[in-house]
Write a protein that binds this ligand. Structure first.
Ligand code: HPA
Length: 220
């Protein structure tokens, strides 16, 4: 048995899933960090791998880019594979007082997408991370001396040619990261009653000409 978009056998996906956007990044994470890891799905080349991390079963799977793609996988993972916890691991653009390489834990995700409104009767959903997960990751990151901060982010549907005035607006609301998936992931997680968190590495500052070096991008 599998789902429309995931070929894995039911039971072959762990309750905890790491969800990078890029399926090749999923393979990289899985081979670097998981023991006994095996590929469990390659439908549409959206690779998924299950293994264990310090004895705990973990799946790493690509989500694709943008809210619709990410939400399809998150929904099928929660509904058909009994996934309880999804941690998006991705990158974001930076606004305001953030530095290249900072890790942003997305407490909330505002958006220009209509996705959550479609599911929420036309109202504005407060798309937010699971507090327990946020707290646990924050504590662990601090213990590991990582430059981590709890942040408000913005999930946009437009990588190119979006609202030209968006950056000052985001800065005005002390939103310091922009990416394309978290608001949808959080909306799905709220409906499906699972835990979700986005952990985002800031790679490009959108108000200064600062960018992460290519080798740091690849290996970070
Ligand atoms: N905009 C949208 N999505 C992104 C960005 C960005 O600057 N950086 C990484 N994901």
């Amino acid at each position: 048995m599998s789902t429309t978009h995931i070929a894995a056998e039911i039971g072959s996906i762990a309750p905890t899933v790491l969800l990078p956007g890029d399926p090749l990044r999923a393979r990289h994470i899985a081979t670097m960090f998981l023991d006994d890891c095996r590929e469990v799905s390659a439908r549409r080349n959206m690779l998924a791998f299950t293994g264990s991390y310090r004895g705990m079963p973990v799946t790493v799977m690509g989500s694709g880019m943008g809210i619709p793609s990410c939400a399809i996988y998150a929904t099928e993972l929660a509904r058909s594979y009994q996934v309880r916890r999804i941690v998006r691991v991705g990158t974001c653009g930076g606004i305001g007082d953030v530095a290249i390489g900072d890790l942003l834990l997305a407490q909330s995700a505002s958006t220009d997408s209509g996705f959550n409104r479609l599911h929420f009767g036309g109202h504005d959903l407060a798309a937010c991370a699971d507090f327990g997960l946020l707290q646990a990751v924050h504590e662990q990151a601090r213990r590991s001396n990582l430059a981590v901060r709890v942040a408000r982010v913005f999930s946009t549907d437009c990588f190119y040619d979006g609202d030209a005035n968006i950056l000052p607006l985001l800065a005005r609301h002390h939103i310091c990261g922009i990416e394309m998936e978290s608001a949808g992931l959080y909306g799905v997680a709220m409906r499906e009653n699972i835990q979700a968190l986005s952990v985002l590495t800031m790679t490009d500052h959108l108000q200064r000409d600062e960018h992460m070096a290519a080798d740091q991008r690849e290996h970070g």
